[in-house]
Design a protein around this ligand. Structure first.
Ligand code: MG
Length: 310
């Protein structure tokens, strides 16, 4: 869902991607957009001020709050004729290589998808079937590239998780996302002490969790802008996570290249990026975000987020 903020003939674009896992719906996003009073921006002049102005509204639909802030930031940078990455002090618009996701399918189709996605240097494989080992072995037989695994809260006991992680370590897996349900944090703490592959918090990290506590259960946090609800806050959290020795991954929901450009901006300071949402859809209404020849996510030199309508 998209929102535009216009002032002085300049339009800022924002995007929300409501996710059922977090009890968000298009109807809820629409209600937030419809209820927005543009006058709140009259006294807003900096990213910190837009964060405060939106915090004061207590918008509980995180993706909608994010979209509004994004649109203002896009407008703000465009009003100065500058790309936001430059205004935020990044030296280059080129970020880390992004992983390309291989969704759950038959073993044959998953192998086929790997072969078809030959241009990507890193894969993320979704697991959670009763034949996960077969999938990974088949994929490993056709590629030597780094593979990340998303267990999507799939393993229910520490014993089961340790067994799976040891198998994946033997298959040279780079990282495992959300091995156990987010409700089982105490198990995650035990698991981290036994894990032979780095563990990343996705469903276990929304945005307000205590990072020091989280670092007891995970090596990496996956920041998704639709979860954390603010790009300005996300940058601060990223810096705090790094200060505690946590690595940071920037992930996405199913998003167009508009929202993924905001993820890409944050990704300029991240250790891992998983920003393939816009290449997994067939009807991206926007253009301006690139995955370059090395598989790195790359922002444009145009003002704002550098994204325009097709
Ligand atoms: Mg995930």
């Amino acid at each position: 869902m998209f929102i535009e903020l216009e002032k002085d003939g300049i339009i800022g674009f924002g995007e929300a991607s409501p996710n059922a896992r977090y009890d968000e719906t298009p109807e809820k996003v629409e209600a937030v957009f419809a209820g927005l009073n543009p006058e709140i921006f009259d006294s807003v002049n900096t990213p910190e001020e837009v964060e405060q102005a939106l915090d004061a509204l207590n918008i509980d639909v995180h993706c909608a709050r994010f979209a509004i802030e994004m649109a203002w930031l896009d407008w703000w940078a465009k009003s100065q004729g500058q790309p936001l990455w430059k205004l935020w002090g990044a030296e280059t618009p080129v970020g880390p290589v992004t992983s390309f996701t291989i969704g759950i399918d038959t073993v044959e189709n998953m192998v086929l998808k790997i072969k078809e996605a030959d241009q990507y240097p890193v894969y993320k494989v979704k697991l959670g079937t009763d034949h996960d080992h077969e999938i990974i072995k088949a994929i490993r037989s056709v590629t030597d590239k780094p593979i990340r695994v998303d267990a999507n809260e799939g393993w229910k006991t520490v014993e089961q998780a340790v067994e799976e992680i040891d198998f994946l370590n033997g298959m040279d897996i780079e990282l495992i996302e959300q091995p156990m349900p987010s409700s089982q944090f105490n198990d995650m703490v035990v698991l981290k002490s036994k894990a032979t592959v780095p563990l990343a918090a996705d469903e276990s990290f929304i945005g307000d969790e205590d990072l020091e506590e989280l670092s007891e259960g995970f090596h990496v946090i996956n920041i998704k802008l639709m979860k954390i609800a603010s790009l300005v806050k996300a940058k601060r959290v990223l810096d705090n996570a790094h200060a505690l020795g946590l690595k940071v991954m920037i992930g996405c929901m199913i998003e167009s290249s508009l929202a993924n450009a905001a993820g890409a901006l944050l990704g300029l300071w991240a250790d891992y990026v998983d920003l393939d949402g816009h290449v997994l859809i067939s009807n991206d209404p926007f253009t301006g975000l690139t995955i370059n020849g090395k598989g790195q996510i790359e922002l444009s030199h145009e003002p704002g987020f550098g994204i325009s309508k097709r």
